[in-house]
Design a protein around this ligand. Structure first.
Ligand code: DC
Length: 228
């Protein structure tokens, strides 16, 4: 079976990464979490004082983009590819609510998008990749063989994210998480550059009531159909 590109886009906390990671593992494909890359740039901006009073110093960030090197390294112990910024493992630093609160504004900056999209296209050039994000099927790989668009209600997604953050030891309220989910949806789907939209040829999954196994089963069927 020849290798394909599987693009999974959707709103925040739709469980894209869990499904994408499991799918990549079972197919022997590379999994790329592109949200982690936008989060890494956001973390860099926060660490370097480029975000003050909720405002991003856009020009300064653009001028420092060449100082940002994002890489992934597979951690066998936890079974996931962790994200590194300039050689430092920042996997848990990028999952905080603080990073979530600023990442949508960083992702609006065209120069940031251009840099990350170029890197993503390189990572998928030999196919055999499952990539999740917001613009994978529309901008990064418009020719991807399989495109999935995931949705779920904001409340379902906020509940999932809230539980995940609690498990990671973060202390926060459900209302703050819900507010963040709703705000990010709005910014991500209304921004000028590469907004989150369903590609015309993407298959929509509302996974509010679907388990991960059910979603994987559906995707396996779609892959089989592609190979018929
Ligand atoms: O998937 P995530 O929640 O980790 O993504 C974090 C943010 O990054 C999200 O609010 C929008 C942005 N993003 C994007 O603009 N394009 C992508 N391909 C992936 C993420």
């Amino acid at each position: 079976m020849s290798k394909i590109v599987i693009a999974i886009d959707g709103f925040s906390s739709t469980g894209k990464s869990t499904v994408a990671r499991r799918l990549a593992k079972e197919l022997g494909y590379i999994y790329v979490d592109t949200g982690a890359m936008y989060r890494a740039v956001t973390y860099f901006a926060l660490q370097n004082g480029l975000i003050a009073n909720d405002k991003v110093d856009k020009q300064e960030l653009i001028s420092q983009l060449n100082d940002i090197q994002i890489t992934f390294k597979f951690n066998k112990t936890v079974g996931i590819a962790e994200v590194y910024l300039n050689g430092n493992n920042i996997e848990s630093d990028i999952r905080t609510l603080k990073v979530s609160q600023h990442v949508s504004h960083i992702a609006e900056i065209s120069e940031v998008r251009r840099k990350l999209v170029e890197q993503q296209q390189l990572m998928g050039k030999d196919k055999g990749v499952v990539m999740d994000g917001r613009d994978i099927a529309t901008v990064v790989f418009p020719d991807a063989e399989l495109k999935i668009f995931m949705t779920a209600s904001a409340e379902t997604r906020a509940t999932r994210r809230y539980k995940e953050l609690l498990q990671r030891g973060h202390n926060l309220s459900y209302d703050d998480v819900l507010k963040n989910v709703v705000t990010r949806d709005k910014i991500d789907s209304t921004r000028e550059d590469s907004p989150l939209i369903k590609a015309v040829d993407a298959i929509e999954f509302d996974n509010s009531t679907m388990t991960i196994d059910e979603q994987l089963q559906e995707i396996r069927k779609l892959i089989e159909q592609k190979n018929e």
